[in-house]
Design a protein around this ligand. Structure first.
Ligand code: SF4
Ligand code: F3S
Ligand code: FES
Length: 248
C-alpha cells in the first residue's frame, strides 16, 4: 500500500534557511531515509543529506525528525500516521553545512584530545591478560557507531554554545570511562575527565542515553560510575593526604 506523505524539510546553509513543504510517495516498509532519497530523485535534486550504510551502522544519517534526534535510516515510516506532517531538520548542536548535513568536526577534535590506551611501560605483546568480566564491561561502549546523536542532545552544549570548549560530551566521557575501567590502562583518566573534559557539567539528565540508537546505557554504565570514581578518589583520605603533601 502506498500513500502520499507530507514532509517539511529544512533547506539552507550556514547563512540561514527555511522549512519547505513537500508531498512524497511512501511505500510499505520504507524508512525516512527512503523518502528523503525519493524527494532527491523526484523534486529536490540538490537536497544535501549524509548517509552511507542504510543499516544503522555507519552513524552518518543523524538528523532530527519532529524535533527528536534520530537516524534517518532507522526510523520507520510506520511510526507515523499517514496524515501527520513529518518535519526533518539538521542536528541543532552543530553548525549547518547545507540542508540536513552538519559539520560534526567538534566531535573529532574532542576525540583527538583523549589519549589512546596507555599500557604500563615495558609490557610486551602477549603479556596482556584480562579477566572476562573486564572485557565485558567495556564491550557495551564499543558498540558506539559515532552517530553523535548523544552529543547533539546533551543540553550542556545544545543550549549553551559557550560550554563547547570545556565539555567533551557523553560520547567522549564514555570513552574516558571505558579506558579508566581497563585494568591495564595507567593514564590518569579521572583527573582528565574532571579537569579537561568537563565531567562535572553532566548533571545526569540521561537524555543522551534516551537517543542512543545502540541502546548503550551511557549515563548509568559510564558517566555515573566515572563520577563515582572521581568522587571516591577525592574523598579517599589517602589520596587527600597525598595531594596535600604534594602541594606543599
Ligand atoms: Fe551514537 Fe550512542 Fe555512540 Fe552516542 S554513544 S555517538 S548516541 S552510538
Ligand atoms: Fe548530558 Fe547525558 Fe549528562 S545528556 S547532562 S551527558 S547524562
Ligand atoms: Fe548509516 Fe544511517 S545511513 S546509520
Amino acid at each position: 500500500m502506498s500513500y502520499k506523505a507530507n514532509f517539511r524539510v529544512w533547506r539552507g546553509d550556514a547563512d540561514g534557511g527555511e522549512l519547505r513543504d513537500y508531498t512524497v510517495e511512501v511505500n510499505e516498509g520504507e524508512v525516512v531515509l527512503d523518502i528523503i532519497h525519493r524527494l532527491q530523485a523526484t523534486q529536490a535534486p540538490d537536497l544535501a543529506v549524509r548517509w552511507n550504510c542504510k543499516a544503522g551502522k555507519c552513524g552518518s544519517c543523524s538528523a532530527e525528525i519532529n524535533g527528536r534526534p534520530r537516524l534517518l535510516c532507522m526510523t520507520r515510516m510506520s511510526t507515523f500516521t499517514e496524515e501527520e506532517t513529518i518535519t526533518v531538520t539538521p542536528m541543532r548542536t552543530f553548525p549547518v553545512t547545507r540542508d540536513l548535513v552538519t559539520d560534526v568536526s567538534f566531535n573529532y577534535a574532542k576525540a583527538r584530545e583523549v589519549p589512546s590506551f596507555t599500557p604500563p611501560e615495558g609490557l610486551e605483546p602477549g603479556e596482556y591478560r584480562m579477566q572476562q568480566v573486564d572485557v565485558e564491561r567495556s564491550q557495551e561502549f564499543r558498540k558506539c557507531i559515532e552517530c553523535f546523536l548523544c552529543q547533539n542532545t546533551c543540553h550542556v552544549i545544545r543550549d549553551f554554545e559557550d560550554n563547547k570548549p570545556a565539555f567533551s560530551g557523553p560520547r567522549f566521557l564514555m570513552r574516558i570511562a571505558e579506558l579508566d575501567m581497563h585494568p591495564l590502562d595507567v593514564a590518569d583518566r579521572q583527573k582528565a575527565a574532571q579537569e579537561e573534559h568537563g565531567l562535572g557539567y553532566c548533571n545526569i539528565t540521561k537524555c543522551c542515553t534516551e537517543v542512543c540508537p545502540e541502546h548503550i546505557k551511557i549515563t548509568d554504565n559510564a558517566l555515573i560510575p566515572m563520577k563515582e570514581r572521581v568522587a571516591d578518589r577525592k574523598y579517599d583520605p589517602l589520596v587527600w593526604l597525598g595531594n596535600k603533601i604534594r602541594r606543599r
